[in-house]
Design a protein around this ligand. Structure first.
Ligand code: NDP
Ligand code: 13P
Length: 346
């Protein structure tokens, strides 16, 4: 049995705390609102984020970070990407021993283009961390908390640390794989949220399954294009954290990104949509980050680019689709076009 502190009592932190408690670990779930922590400790629910779910008694809520992390060797960080630096800056002074830092957040920071593991590396001094491990994959909190079959991947540069985390979480409902490609695992998880916004928008506009299949497939192509440019293994994008997460987020009504996109497609304004959601919609900030990063790296990302214009420049969603459909003709598989331009195939 391990002592694990889960930092972030939103939907995903609470669902992962439930998996750890089911596995018999001593789970401390930290949240910043005292009334939420009282609810977790007295009636064992977190109604705002996981309505109807009764939490195992093995989850104890904490409102004070220092108390939550005392004597703990493993921390699971599940704050929205936007809040990650702030949370880490509060956390570092209360860490006495080096810890394994697992994170399960999916985003890229717009100002720096940093992945979450890079933010952790910057904020937590080397002497306070054993390793950084990423947990990602097709996994909605709503289904995990009902103990429905789910698969995820953990990734770390230290395989024994990834296997340690695999063992912490794995059970008959929650199957955990390892993959050493941190860059690919994190970029797949972050960038799929952009495409999910687009899939929701397409549904909101009244387009059908053909359009959604196109978005998923061409979305994967541009995710892999940027990902490999940033150093990822292209094979990672055909795994759970690539196509797997893209499928679930583009097709599930649980997806906050899909739902936000759907409202945008129906003509609602971004600010109103975000207010209505009441939960984090990571794809919005990640669209900004990916759009700028792709420009800097000179990587073509047509879907991300039109979505950026819809979200931040007032482009009409229907016009954005027209623009995508009217792009000049091209090959489906880039390797073919480079072979042709090199005169090696025709
Ligand atoms: N939900 C899911 O199914 C999945 C989510 N993820 C990822 O997990 C991450 C967290 O998402 P999720 O749990 O769904 O988000 P939610 O919107 O459900 O919850 C957000 C949580 O973060 C807290 N929070 C927000 N801002 C701050 C801050 N500045 N300081 C401290 N805590 C803060 C909120 O606290 P408060 O209630 O007090 O506002 C709340 O506990 C995201 O990166 C998401 O992409 C990944 C896989 C699945
Ligand atoms: O990452 C997720 C599922 O794997 C959650 O996606 P949403 O944030 O769109 O709900």
């Amino acid at each position: 049995m391990e002592k694990v502190a889960v930092i972030g009592a939103g939907s995903w932190g609470t669902a992962l705390a439930l998996v750890l408690a089911d596995n018999g670990h001593d789970v401390r779930l930290w949240g910043r609102r005292q009334e939420q922590i009282n609810e977790i400790n007295t009636i064992h629910t977190n109604e705002k984020y996981l309505p109807g779910v009764v939490l195992p008694a093995g989850i104890v809520g904490y409102n004070h970070l220092k108390e939550a992390v005392e004597g703990v060797r493993t921390l699971l960080l599940v704050a929205p990407t936007k809040a990650m630096r702030e949370v880490l800056r509060d956390l570092v002074p209360v860490l006495d021993e080096p810890v394994t830092l697992v994170h399960a957040s999916k985003g890229i920071e717009p100002e720096t283009y940093k992945r979450v593991s890079e933010i952790i590396e910057e904020e937590v001094p080397a002497e306070k961390r054993r390793s950084i491990v990423v947990l990602s994959g097709p996994s909605h909190a709503e289904e995990v908390s009902l103990r429905q079959p789910t698969t995820v991947t953990v990734s770390s540069s230290a395989i024994e640390e990834a296997e340690f985390v695999q063992d912490l979480f794995i059970n008959q409902n929650f199957r955990v794989y390892t993959n050493p490609d941190i860059v690919g695992v994190e970029l797949g998880g972050a960038l799929k949220n952009i495409i999910a916004l687009g899939a929701g928008m397409s549904d909101g506009l009244g387009y059908g399954d053909n359009a959604k299949a196109a978005l998923i497939t061409r979305g994967l192509a541009e995710i892999a294009r940027l990902g490999t440019k940033m150093g990822a293994n292209p094979l990672t994008f055909s795994g759970l954290t690539g196509i797997g997460d893209l499928i679930v987020t583009c097709t599930s009504v649980h997806s906050r990104n899909w739902r936000a996109g759907n409202m945008l497609g129906k003509g609602e304004a971004l600010d109103d949509v975000l207010k209505k959601m009441g939960m984090v919609v990571e794809g919005v900030r990640t669209t900004k980050a990916a759009y700028q990063l792709a420009k800097q790296e000179m990587v073509e990302m047509p879907i991300t680019s039109v979505l950026h214009d819809v979200l931040f420049d007032g482009k009409d969603a229907k016009e954005a689709v027209d623009e995508l459909m009217k792009r000049s003709r091209t090959h489906e598989v880039e390797d073919v076009s480079s072979l042709i331009s090199d005169g090696l195939a025709e």
